[in-house]
Design a protein around this ligand. Structure first.
Ligand code: FAD
Length: 551
């Protein structure tokens, strides 16, 4: 396999690639893709992973309080019954170390590590038109050729540290939650500043507050958050989950969000105020979590009036929970509908503001001017800080891909192609970039749904497509530009019919200065999406050009 590994592109003469596939990333996506290609299809594949271990999101996000928001019994793979049977989750929403252990177990169980090259970043990939394969370059100077290049680089894997003036002169320690030190951070006795109140900020704040001397939270956008109601699983819970495993799997597959909730076909506007309130109360007090959005009413994400009933309810709960009315008002979102940004769930987030050692600073009123050697200066004064925590999220969906110098047909770079925002066909392929597949790429449901379900669907579609190509003797697949244009228009039309565009969210790239505002995920849900992908495949990969001879 190393025969071509040190060659320059211009030297490539061997028409047979080193590998059938290169996979970028060893999180949920990359691990399953490797298993599928290698163990089911019998192909040669190698994963390159920038981290020192498997796990992706769960390798990098080690901040205190990091845990999943999808419940454990469906935030996992479903492709292997044996795997499901042998793994036991401790709780509804396990913490990061446990999810990482699960993914490590998957890697060991399926003997995946032998085909993963860790501590290796893919820095460039060039499509060799003469041979219909990709040449991939790593940060270690190695080069490999592969028929297929499969991005499993993650939607939330490119940490975003805002470009604050003065950060380089800060005398304390600073951390981004998405690349947290493995040895942990000791906050005892420290004056901590936290920037950001998205899903991560909401998880980490109660944990820091419990340790630190003081926690000052700098908030740009207040967020709606629903209590998680986390609990340890008892033996009885586990027995029940086991008995219902197939039923949960079926429900997850039949749900638009990849959740096993019973979907209720009723509008928030078709019930009396008392009935609506009691449904919200039940969800807030008992079930909690994502069910508030997905299993109360069917139009929260579609109708502003319906949404307002949910938003009003949550604002009421914030006022009930937070003792200081001024702080409660600052924490109450009014500038975007509930669910139009990634909906957080929490354990004691709003309660944290009742602590004496916690202060909230509204940086819309009082913008951050600079980081100083001793802390942080806003328009109204300086805050002395020993530690800064950036809970500022990610350059979502496109960040990790665009960090790689990807060159397709006629040398066009992906950055050029996506200068006006990402464009894909089905979120799976990009016109002008043959044989490149993107797992959970922009234009697919990805971050709007329970992701393992979306990931499994993509991995299986890609492997079926490769099988088809090999059976038909094709070695090149490329999305047609027309099909891509139609898909992008469709993604936009669907988003326009929802409330997603009413928020300045990372779904739109709004958190990254200079990033084109384009709504990136596909909002029609997994059932609609899966049926469209299946239809494309059944119709001989409609919208793709399959050409070339070979296997
Ligand atoms: P990732 O897990 O992001 O893995 C991508 C990997 O690619 C990374 O390890 C990265 O190092 C590697 N990589 C990137 N670029 C390169 C390169 N150039 N060269 C080599 N390696 C590279 N989703 C849910 O559905 N439910 C949840 O409850 C949920 N909770 C979350 C909580 C947090 C804190 C975060 C950050 C995300 C959460 N998500 C959740 C989304 C989560 O990202 C996905 O569920 C899932 O883990 C994505 O898996 P992945 O393999 O596609 O990507």
């Amino acid at each position: 396999m190393n025969s071509e590994s040190q060659k320059r592109p211009e030297q490539i003469s061997n028409p047979t690639p080193d590998l059938d596939a290169v996979i970028i990333g060893a999180g949920f996506s990359g691990l399953y893709m490797l298993h599928r290609l290698r163990d089911v299809l019998g192909l040669s594949a190698r994963v390159f992973e920038a981290g020192e271990g498997v796990g992706g999101t769960w390798y990098w996000n080690r901040y205190p309080g990091a845990r999943c928001d999808s419940e454990s019994h469906y935030y996992c793979y479903s492709f292997s019954t044996e795997l499901a049977e042998e793994w036991e989750w401790s709780s509804r929403y396990p913490e990061q170390p446990e999810i990482l252990r699960y993914l490590e177990h998957v890697a060991d169980r399926f003997k995946l590590r032998q085909d993963i090259q860790f501590s290796t970043r893919v820095v460039a990939a060039t499509f060799e038109e003469k041979h219909d394969f990709w040449e991939v370059a790593t940060d270690g100077g190695e080069r490999f050729t592969a028929r297929y290049l499969i991005s499993a680089a993650g939607c939330l894997s490119s940490a975003n540290v805002p470009d604050f003036k003065g950060l380089e002169d800060f005398k304390g320690d600073w951390y981004h939650t998405g690349s947290w030190p493995h040895e942990g951070v000791d906050f005892i006795g420290k004056r901590v500043g936290q920037i950001g109140t998205g899903s991560t900020g909401i998880q980490v704040a109660p944990k820091i507050a419990a340790q630190a001397k003081s926690l000052t939270i700098f908030q740009r956008t207040p967020n709606y958050s629903i209590p998680a109601h986390n609990s340890q699983y008892t033996n009885a819970d586990r027995a029940e989950l086991e008995a219902n495993r197939e039923e949960v799997r079926r429900r997850v597959q039949e749900s638009p969000g990849g959740f096993p909730f019973s979907l209720i076909d009723r509008s928030a506007l078709d019930v009396s105020d008392a009935e609506r309130n009691s449904i919200y109360e039940e969800s807030w007090n008992v079930t909690g979590g994502f069910s508030f959005l997905w299993a109360t009413f069917n139009d929260i994400l579609l109708n502003l009036d319906a949404n307002k009933t949910a938003a009003d309810f949550i604002r009421g709960k914030i006022r009930e929970t937070v003792k200081d009315p001024e702080v409660a008002a600052l924490l109450s979102p009014t500038d975007h509908p509930y669910g139009s940004k990634r909906p957080p769930i929490d354990t004691d987030y709003f309660e944290t503001y009742n602590r004496d050692n916690v202060e909230l600073v509204d940086v819309r009123e009082n913008p951050i001017v600079e980081i100083t050697p001793g802390g942080l200066r806003t328009a109204s004064g300086e805050y002395e800080l020993d530690v800064l925590v950036f809970a500022t999220g990610f350059d979502a969906m496109t960040g990790s891909l665009l960090k790689i110098d990807i060159r397709g047909v006629a040398g066009q770079t992906l950055a050029e192609k996506w200068a006006g925002g990402p464009r894909t066909y089905l979120g799976l392929q990009i016109a002008g970039f043959p044989n490149l597949f993107t797992i959970t790429g922009p234009g697919s449901p990805s971050v709007l749904v329970n992701m393992p379900v979306a990931i499994e669907q993509h991995v299986e579609w890609i492997s079926d497509c490769i099988v088809h190509m090999r059976e038909q003797g094709h070695q090149r697949i490329e999305a047609n530009l027309d099909a891509e244009n139609e898909w992008v228009d469709h993604v936009n039309e669907v988003a326009d019919a929802t409330l997603f565009k009413h928020a300045n969210s990372w779904y739109l790239g709004a958190n990254i200065p200079g990033k084109k505002r384009v709504f990136m995920p596909y909002a029609a849900g997994l059932i609609e999406y899966r049926s469209r992908c299946d239809e494309v495949a059944v119709n001989g990969y409609d919208g793709f050009a399959l050409t070339g001879k070979g296997r």
